[in-house]
Design a protein around this ligand. Structure first.
Ligand code: SF4
Ligand code: SF4
Length: 224
């Protein structure tokens, strides 16, 4: 009898719901505030949002952003205003995905996507250049040879979060100005940012409104 007692736990597990997925062919949905690799956005008219102000580089605790701004050519401006991001690099061997760069950016130029599956064989590939970070002519991230994407993985590239209110003014808490964006139109507020958020557009849910027991069902794992 003791022999079978030893299998009790194993046999019980056989009847538990399966929580594993056939990754990477099947990917479970990512948490609402997942921080993946960055993209540099563009306005709907194709202009780049980055103005080369270097605030993101200044705030980065890992010192992994390198920016150099330059004056916009008057006859062919790259970004609205006087300056644009001439050089822009992020070193993913150092980035801790804290999102402070996103918080600091005054033009919503840099955001973090939900793309995270990349593996380099060359350390140089870990340093994403501006050409790799700026979204393409349709507003979508540019897939690099070392990135593993499946259809739909870039669906919420525009998804991001901002923990603080614009301009630091408490009167604006929870309200965000959403600028037009190439490929996604006007960006929709995410869960918890405004009362009239559009969860269907962002694919997000508010953690606060989800029963704790429901979270494992949505994101894997088990709740006891
Ligand atoms: S997410 Fe954090 S660590 Fe990564 S580049 Fe931005 S500020 Fe730096
Ligand atoms: S990404 Fe934003 S914060 Fe960084 S240099 Fe460009 S405009 Fe400035």
């Amino acid at each position: 009898m003791g022999f079978f007692d030893g299998f009790r736990v194993t046999i019980r597990q056989v009847f538990e719901p399966r929580v594993t997925h056939r990754y990477p062919d099947e990917k479970r949905s990512k948490p609402p505030r997942f921080h993946g690799r960055h993209v540099l956005g563009r306005y709907e008219d194709g202009m780049e949002k980055c103005i080369g102000c270097e605030l993101c580089a200044g705030v980065c605790p890992a010192r992994c952003i390198y920016v150099r701004g330059a004056d916009n050519p008057p006859d062919a401006p790259v970004a609205p205003g006087e300056r644009f991001g001439f050089v822009y690099e992020i070193n993913y061997l150092r980035c801790i995905h804290c999102d402070l760069c996103v918080e600091a950016c005054p033009t919503e130029a840099i955001t973090e996507s939900k793309l995270f599956e990349f593996s380099f064989v060359d350390r140089q590939d870990a340093i994403y250049t501006k050409d790799e970070l700026v979204v393409d002519d349709e507003g979508h991230p540019r897939q690099q040879p070392w990135e593993d994407w499946r259809p739909g993985d870039d669906a919420h590239t525009s998804g991001w979060m901002r923990a603080t209110s614009p301009n630091g003014d408490a009167a604006f808490e929870g309200r965000v100005q959403w600028s037009g964006e190439l490929g996604y139109g006007v960006r929709h507020p995410e869960a918890g940012q405004v009362g009239d958020r559009d969860d269907e557009a962002t694919g997000n849910i508010s953690i606060r409104e989800v029963d704790a027991a429901d979270i494992p069902r949505r994101y894997g794992g088990r709740y006891r």
